[in-house]
Design a protein around this ligand. Structure first.
Ligand code: ASP
Length: 466
């Protein structure tokens, strides 16, 4: 290792020791022949003193803010103790200096909240050095790690499902990927692993989860990233709706207690309200039950259940599913599906709401082929549309266990848990509002040869804009 300690580690007990530290120059102050540096890494900051004479003057003059350096020297007691720093009682008197990576002037100041979004995203690797992002990404890791451990202990198994899959008419717009080996055919990126997780249940996997990337070609919103996001996707066999809600609730209460102990949950158990009730009382299916909206440490979870199976508005005379087409209608409403008033049917759908944001949704699924076929008819699928789902209808003929699940959105859940105003504060490399990765410059043009390989020709007309 190029260091013996991190920049957040040294205390009085280390005084007199020879140490090596490495990190970035947070601040430089020069008093004649003395140079004071605040050296920073992921773990903290340490004051370094360098003296001209001991260190080559040319090297010292070359130091710039945010350059990456290594220093060897001795730990000393600090006279002017800095109470704001955990290492504030010591300093390191350096006698060797390496400049690993000199930095050009910074395009913006770290931790300055007024910097424009696109500038921050273009230099995201610099932005990631800020206290907030470094802390948020660490918490995100802890939260995801907690979910994995918790679900493992509950008997779940993580299974990865394909990224190149099939385009099916499922709600959002698909991202499609041309196939080179099968000219003219396309894969689609999964909007969610919904069908795969149901097939896993048919495969006897019993309890599945995945930190799953999902891709939807939708416009950005304050609480929705354009293009891609992550879900804690899970599915269980032989469960009723209550089992799914109880499990999630247990996980979230424990998660908050262990990872975010400064936060308080307003209501335990989480209130469970029906869609009808909540719409009547609050006029929204995402009620905010915080008692004090100014308290950034308050977390008010609730469940909304008994949603209508279909949206009120019919699309072209057909019904549109409220959740998705695999959601099980409530058993005492099955007979409504044969009549004109199918729109009166309610479903075993559940949404998890936190501080007024929908942070997850799921349902008990249809496991009976005839009901699934009927739903396809009601949403207006003709033979051809239904063919897209032949694999599901086939699988439904071969011993399907009753099953259900949920998929909390990881990015959105963490944004609300941490009280951040934007998803971009909890994602390492987010897209901007126009769905661009301004750091990599994606999307971008590809070479003509690449297009030829997949048998594509562009015909942009007036659409080409640089
Ligand atoms: N696949 C669903 C979604 O992405 C979630 C679920 O029903 O489990 O909304």
């Amino acid at each position: 290792m190029l260091r013996t300690h991190t920049c957040g580690e040294l205390r009085n007990k280390h005084v007199g020791k020879k140490v090596a530290l490495a990190g970035w120059i947070d601040k430089i102050r020069n008093f004649g022949k003395l140079w004071f540096i605040d050296l920073r890494d992921k773990y903290g900051k340490t004051q370094i003193i360098l003296r001209e004479g001991e260190i080559d003057k040319k090297l010292l003059k070359d130091l710039t803010i945010e350059s990456c350096i290594g220093v060897r020297g001795k730990v000393l007691n600090r006279k002017d103790v800095n109470k704001d720093l955990e290492t504030g009682k010591i300093e390191v008197s350096g006698n060797e200096l390496d400049i690993y990576g000199k930095s050009l002037p910074m395009p913006f100041e770290l931790n300055d909240e007024k910097v424009s979004e696109d500038l921050r995203l273009k230099y995201r690797y610099l932005d990631l050095r800020s206290e907030k992002l470094s802390k948020n990404l660490y918490l995100r890791h802890k939260i995801v790690q907690f979910m994995r451990d918790f679900l493992d202990k509950e008997g779940f198994m993580e299974v990865t499902t394909p990224i190149l899959t099939k385009s099916t008419p499922e709600g959002a717009r698909d991202f499609i990927v041309p196939s080179r080996i099968h000219p003219g055919k396309f894969y689609a990126l999964p909007q969610s692993p919904q069908q795969y997780k149901q097939l896993l249940m048919i495969g006897g996997i019993d309890k599945y989860f995945q930190i799953a990337p999902c891709f939807r070609d939708e416009d950005a919103r304050a609480d929705r990233s354009p293009g891609e996001f992550y879900q804690l996707d899970l599915e269980m066999s032989f469960v009723e709706q209550k089992d799914i809600l109880d499990l999630m609730e247990k996980m979230l209460i424990k998660l908050v207690k262990e990872i975010l102990p400064e936060k308080k949950i307003t209501n335990v158990p989480f209130p469970r309200l029906t869609y009808k009730e909540v719409m009547k009382k609050y006029g929204t299916d995402k009620p905010d039950f915080r008692k004090n909206k100014k308290d950034k440490d308050e977390l008010a979870f609730c469940w909304i259940i008994d949603f209508p199976l279909f949206e009120e508005k019919k699309e072209n005379g057909h019904f549109a599913p409220k959740h998705h087409m695999f959601t099980m209608p409530k058993q005492n409403h099955w007979e409504l599906l044969n009549k004109k008033d199918a729109h009166k049917a309610e479903a075993y759908q559940h949404d998890l709401v936190l501080n007024g944001f929908e942070v997850g949704g799921g349902s008990v699924r249809i496991h009976i082929a005839d009901i699934q076929k009927r739903i396809f008819e009601l949403i207006g699928f003709d033979e051809k549309d239904s063919e897209y789902f032949n694999h599901m209808l086939e699988a439904f003929k071969r011993g399907v266990p009753p099953h259900g699940g949920i998929a909390p959105g990881i990015d959105r859940l963490i944004m609300v848990l941490l009280g951040e105003p934007s998803l971009r504060e909890v994602i390492a490399f987010p897209k901007n509002k126009k769905a661009q990765d301004v750091l990599m410059d994606a999307p971008s043009w590809v070479k003509d040869e690449q297009l030829e390989e997949v048998n594509l020709k562009l015909d942009l007309g007036k659409k080409k804009n640089g």
